[in-house]
Design a protein around this ligand. Sequence first.
Ligand SMILES: Cc1cc2nc3c(=O)[nH]c(=O)nc-3n(C[C@H](O)[C@H](O)[C@H](O)COP(=O)(O)OP(=O)(O)OC[C@H]3O[C@@H](n4cnc5c(N)ncnc54)[C@H](O)[C@@H]3O)c2cc1C
Length: 307
Amino acid sequence: MERYYIIIVGGGPAGLTAALYCARAKLNTLVLEKKMPGGQILNTERIENCPGFDSISGLELAQRMEQHARKFGANIKLEEVKEIHSEKGAKVVKTTQGVYHAGAVILAAGGEPRWLGVPGEKELLGKGVSYCALCDGPFFAEQTIAVVGGGDAAVGEAIYLTKFAGKVYLIHRRNSLRAKKELQEELLNNPKVEVVWDSVVENIEGKHTVERIMLKNVKTSKNSPLEVSGVFIYIGFVPNSNLFNKNLELDERGYIKTDYKMSTSVEGVFAAGDIRFQLAKQITNAMSDGATAAIAAEAYLKEKGLV
Ligand SMILES: Cc1cc2nc3c(=O)[nH]c(=O)nc-3n(C[C@H](O)[C@H](O)[C@H](O)COP(=O)(O)OP(=O)(O)OC[C@H]3O[C@@H](n4cnc5c(N)ncnc54)[C@H](O)[C@@H]3O)c2cc1C
């Protein structure tokens, strides 16, 4: 059985940053990634808010982060983690291919925005379909766009997007919003916003980029096209915390609870990035969490005499 000082679950921005810090501190480190290193940023063609890069593709940033972590000696394996438990002070990590031991574990398995699951959504992702107003809003200057959802995130982001877009439609499947009253008032008083009530998106269309969405009124069953160049989908986010929640404390939305050191409710288990609740799910925040978790995990190993 292979033994490491630190095992990191997930090779997104949080996991790869944690790996860089751990490996650079000369801790024998393993990153376990179920797909390919990079995480959610692999789904984006243009990133403009990562300091040091005016504009960089998600793929290139992912490759750079991976190489950087490897340069300091991090071991990265493409294996899916299935289970983690504590055994005599050590952490036992079971994957699809093997079993590993570590003194500490950093959970950086991120999560996924909830998809609408309609035709065109996958095909036009990054070409007008977005799950992040903060990331992509500036690309839609003076354009007409739609936001889908009715909670705080959808309403808050629709208001934010009026900074850039000429017109913002909020598409909501009911006839009232779930968002906080203050947000609702701000939205409804914004002259750039029009709410389309009782409606769902049936498909997203466009040759190379989004050109229109097809709406269905759930009360009348009537279909109608809406010409937009962007669709921002805010119908929820699912953190990948389910594998580890037997002993780990989660919040009411399913995110892993941590303190300022990224320590979880289980000794020797740390969490970083989108797997814990963030005010803004951003690369910089995930990186910052990863660095903190790595430093705290090293301190934990020292305190326990495990390194
Ligand atoms: C389309 C899109 C565009 C975005 N654009 C920007 C942007 O321009 N700027 C910005 O700052 N932010 C952007 N974001 C947000 C940013 O990508 C996330 O905040 C960031 O990736 C979170 O990093 P993370 O490492 O916490 O999680 P993730 O990126 O989700 O990475 C988690 C990794 O863990 C792996 N994993 C999950 N479960 C397991 C398991 N059981 N075993 C092994 N591995 C596992 C996953 O495969 C994944 O690679 C964007 C997000 C999306 C979806």
